[in-house]
Design a protein around this ligand. Structure first.
Ligand code: PLP
Length: 385
């Protein structure tokens, strides 16, 4: 978003005019930002044979999906419904990886019928898959991050240990027994960190553990390192350097190739990294009031449309579009739901008045896709520039 002649613009579009044309609350996605992020990701890993599967749960807007398709990405899907949306957007089934947890096996059968790839995260699915299809349906195996990822940062290590996703390190012998018994073709090994990558050694150390396991699985031809890379939400945010993450992969991959004569492709499943920064949520201030010595702006969006501040205590930058050069005042921004609904507390913003338009930045990932109709409010409009 740029300030040009006193007016905020997104990719050349006047933000106030967009809000008048489409009404508020309004999600705006800037496709140029997505192209930039896809480019950055591809460039960082360009020295490896790699594929990107966009994790569509971050934002499943059909126009964004078509853009991802145009940019040559595949899809990481977590439900049969996401698979259908991706197929409708033009993806080939074989370019979709399905990673289900806790869903009935019937959902896996539907995905197999459609021809998607399958990422298996527990022994029960592995056994059922083997029983039903023997060697006919290949899969990748999702390994528990606590087994795969080691990091110098003990806090995040606790996070990896607590994850409930993937096959536990202790269960790998049993997984190998099932694979052998049912003659299952395991074509890849997967780990997803669950959105907390801060340490640039994470990919390298994960690849090392997965490649060691791959020595026992001759059909493995891909190592899938999942998602979990976050762009900075504000300048001082700690975020990993993609080039360092990439460099950490060279040694384990070279070693594996030298020892086994086999080559593996790298797969990635970024969600947030590709779409967080493309999105802006526009909302209008309808009520300004004083409560307990604080000034509160009541706006026409809330946690039904952006739950991250409420659920994760996430910080989103907010701009007053209507008064770019006003003097700074501290203000709380409160959503319109009948429930505590703080979008921001004690923010310094150019003076806010009733009728002003506010922009909540970096709302492209896990915004609309986590929206609900709580308070019986309709879902907001989305516009892709
Ligand atoms: C959510 C998810 C991702 C994407 O995570 P981001 O933090 O958005 O990059 C990737 N893979 C799987 C299996 C996921 O569940």
């Amino acid at each position: 978003m740029q300030l040009v002649d006193g007016r905020w613009r997104i990719s050349g579009h006047d933000v106030e005019a967009l809000s008048e044309q489409h009404g508020t609350p309004l999600y705006i996605y800037d496709s140029q930002v997505i192209r930039r992020q896809v480019n950055r990701f591809q460039e960082a890993f360009s020295s490896f044979d790699h594929r990107i599967y966009y994790a569509m749960k971050a934002n499943s807007n059909p126009d964004l999906l078509r853009l991802m398709k145009e940019l040559g990405l595949g899809i990481d899907a977590v439900s049969i419904y996401e698979i259908r949306i991706a197929l409708d957007a033009g993806f080939e089934a074989r370019d979709i990886i399905f990673t289900p947890n806790g869903v009935p096996f019937d959902e896996l059968e539907q995905a197999i019928e459609l021809g998607t790839r399958l990422n298996i995260e527990n022994l029960s699915y592995l056994d059922q898959l083997g029983e039903a299809y023997r060697g006919d349906v290949p899969c990748t195996l999702r390994i528990h991050p606590g087994h795969v990822i080691s990091t110098a940062n003990h806090d995040t290590e606790g996070w990896y240990q607590r994850s409930r996703f993937g096959i536990d390190g202790d269960q790998i012998p049993e997984a190998l027994r099932l694979i052998q018994m049912h003659q299952i073709r395991v074509e890849g090994l997967h780990v997803h960190s669950s959105s907390m990558i801060l340490d640039e050694q994470v990919f390298g150390s994960a690849a090392e553990v997965l490649l060691n396991l791959a020595r026992q699985l001759p059909d493995v031809r891909a190592i899938d390192l999942g998602g979990g890379i976050r762009p900075p939400y504000r300048e001082q945010d700690d975020h990993p350097d993609l080039d360092l993450l990439s460099r950490s992969l060279t040694k384990p991959l070279d070693q594996f190739e030298r020892d086994t004569g086999r080559k593996v492709q790298l797969w990635f499943e970024p969600g947030r990294y590709l779409v967080a920064e493309c999105g802006t949520l526009l909302t209008r201030v309808h009520v300004l009031k004083q409560v307990g010595g604080r000034t509160v702006a009541g706006v026409d969006t809330g946690f039904h449309q952006l739950i991250r501040p409420k659920l994760y205590n996430a910080w989103h930058e907010i701009r007053n579009i209507s008064n770019p050069e006003g003097s700074q005042h501290l203000i709380d921004i409160s959503g319109c739901l009948c429930e505590e609904d703080d979008l921001a507390r004690q923010r310094s913003l150019p003076e806010v008045r009733e009728g002003h338009l506010l922009a909540i930045l970096n709302a492209g990932a896990y915004g609309y896709s986590m929206a609900s109709t709580y308070n019986s409010r309709p879902l907001p409009t989305e516009v892709v520039l």
